[in-house]
Write a protein that binds this ligand. Structure first.
Ligand SMILES: [Zn+2]
Length: 267
């Protein structure tokens, strides 16, 4: 596969030697260097070269766009009104049904993770989740995972139709740190359940056939959270729910991206 067919373009607007929208948060100086660094850009082409989806990236450092990121799918009227004067704005606003256009206005929402291809992918997921229709897929994933815990560890309160609430946060994060194969889970850094879904999205993009190749670790023998310990009692049943969650979210990522062609995502 020719990687350039996948991430079709990576363009920048603005002077990355100066503080503008990429500024005012810890790590912004490094992010500005990475945004224009040939090695990082090459890594982005490699990273986004594995998925079948076609992206076009615009990384923009402009004063007028300070704190305007994380909007998700955005109409071209807003873009023309708020973006700096630049010939590329016409290109961004041109509807191109062959690609998903992605504009990065800063990297301030990344919890101090540097502007690497992985975090670019992670943040695309944040932007997708800004749309209500998409957000329901994220919610469904969390519910399936609560069911996996309920089924595997025999927690009556987590079986059947459950809606996520704050009381589920600790047990889910502990579970996600155990089952996730990506770095943040290995390091025990998942501290909000939805962050795990965004991490799964980044991982999903690294596969040509995510349905076949994306995997979770087996459920842990013991989930420790707050002062509680849960013991695995039915691994098979637990895995069934995990598989269901995985299957659905892989399809959902596909369909969310599928409906984003010809649109502009802003983050
Ligand atoms: Zn995040």
């Amino acid at each position: 596969m020719n990687i350039n067919e996948v991430l079709t373009d990576y363009k920048t607007i603005g002077d990355f030697d100066k503080t503008a929208s990429f500024g005012g948060y810890r790590g912004a100086d490094i992010d500005r260097k990475l945004a224009v660094h040939p090695t990082n850009i090459k890594k982005a082409f490699n990273f986004f070269g594995k998925t079948d989806h076609n992206f076009k990236f615009y990384v923009i450092n402009a004063k007028e766009l300070k704190d305007k990121g994380e909007r998700g799918i955005t109409d071209t009227g807003w873009i023309r009104e708020n973006f700096p004067n630049d010939p590329l704005v016409d290109e961004i606003c041109e509807v191109n049904r062959d690609v998903i256009s992605v504009c990065f206005l800063d990297n301030s929402g990344s919890q101090r993770v540097m502007f690497t291809p992985w975090i670019m992918a992670h943040r695309i997921s944040h932007a997708l989740a800004r749309t209500d229709d998409n957000l329901k897929h994220y919610d469904a994933f969390i519910s399936h995972m609560l069911n996996a815990i309920g089924a595997g560890y025999k927690i009556q309160a987590l079986t059947g139709k459950i809606r996520y609430n704050n009381s589920h946060e600790s047990v889910l994060c502990s579970f996600f740190n155990a089952i996730g194969k990506q770095k943040s889970s290995r390091e025990g850094k998942i501290s909000r359940p939805f962050e795990f879904v965004h991490e799964c999205f980044a991982k999903y993009l690294t596969y040509e056939n995510p349905h076949d190749d994306f995997e979770f670790n087996d459920p842990p023998e013991i989930i420790t959270y707050n002062r509680n310990k849960l013991y695995l009692r039915d691994e098979i049943y637990c895995k069934e729910f995990m598989d269901r969650a995985k299957y659905d979210i892989m399809s959902d990522f596909d369909s969310m991206l599928g409906s984003s062609y010809g649109k502009v995502l802003i983050m």
